[in-house]
Design a binder for this molecule. Structure first.
Ligand code: URA
Length: 244
């Protein structure tokens, strides 16, 4: 950014797969700054050029969206006087794009964190009215009783008396002294998952976010690694943005 290949730009905008958009370009359906272009490799200035497909002006985004596999021990922030922050993990060119994290994971929580420079997206995805589901893998110690799944579904009352929205708990293993499970929540109260398990008399020992809406943590990303969102993931982002 701001210069990217025309075929990549169109694919990123959800106009088709890379080979489909190449077909559109070859077929003379695409103009850049008013001129028909048949070369897919043409570099387009995403900040200045206007691109049409079949006569339709593309309202393409100059925003960037990154998926980071957050490691433990790093703060979800863009700067801190003492500690390492998630944006320190980005490599050029992403480290120079003014990206910030969407939402917050605790210092010891790992997994999927989206970073962007799109304030509108950050706002709409965090808005309580959209209830974006977030799924975590959790391990907790304690003696958990049967019926925990139902209690999560009915709404756990956490400290302070707040009754959480319905959460889906899929128990993977329930032992004498602990539990491992997948839990999906549609809100993001401070330390919410930890407080939900505390309310059940336990203590979270491992917490990893594996999904944010339709966006699932890429298993190929080692802790600390990141990559731009792909076409399908971007479609989900644009859908959320449209909802406002
Ligand atoms: N809930 C928590 O308790 N911590 C996180 O980091 C995310 C959700």
């Amino acid at each position: 950014m701001p210069f990217i290949r025309l075929d990549k730009l169109l694919a990123d905008m959800g106009e088709g797969t890379r080979s489909q958009v190449k077909g559109l370009i070859k077929g003379g359906k695409v103009t850049v700054d008013g001129r028909k272009v048949t070369d897919s490799s043409l570099k387009v200035d995403t900040e200045a050029s206007s691109v049409t497909v079949g006569g339709r002006l593309l309202n393409y985004s100059t925003f960037t969206y990154i998926m980071l596999n957050k490691p433990s021990g790093v703060i979800t922030a863009t700067r801190d006087s003492r500690e390492q922050v998630v944006t320190d993990l980005l490599k050029p060119p992403y480290s120079k794009m003014g990206l910030f994290p969407v939402g917050r994971l605790d210092k010891d929580t790992t997994g999927l964190l989206i970073l962007t420079n799109d304030g509108d997206f950050a706002h709409s995805s965090l808005s309580p009215k959209h209830h974006v589901p977030k799924t975590y893998y959790v391990e907790a110690r304690g003696k958990f009783s049967q019926g925990i799944t139902e209690r999560f579904r009915e709404g756990i009352v956490i400290d302070g008396g707040y009754k959480c929205r319905e959460a889906v708990l899929k128990v993977q293993e329930l032992k004498e002294d602990g539990i491992s499970a997948l839990v999906t929540v549609t809100e993001g109260k401070f330390h919410q998952i930890k407080r939900m398990f505390q309310a059940e008399g336990g203590e979270v020992t491992l917490l990893k976010r594996i999904a944010f809406g339709d966006i699932v943590l890429d298993q190929g990303l080692a802790p600390g690694e990141s990559r731009p969102l792909n076409e399908d993931e971007l479609k989900y982002i644009y859908g959320l943005k449209e909802k406002g």
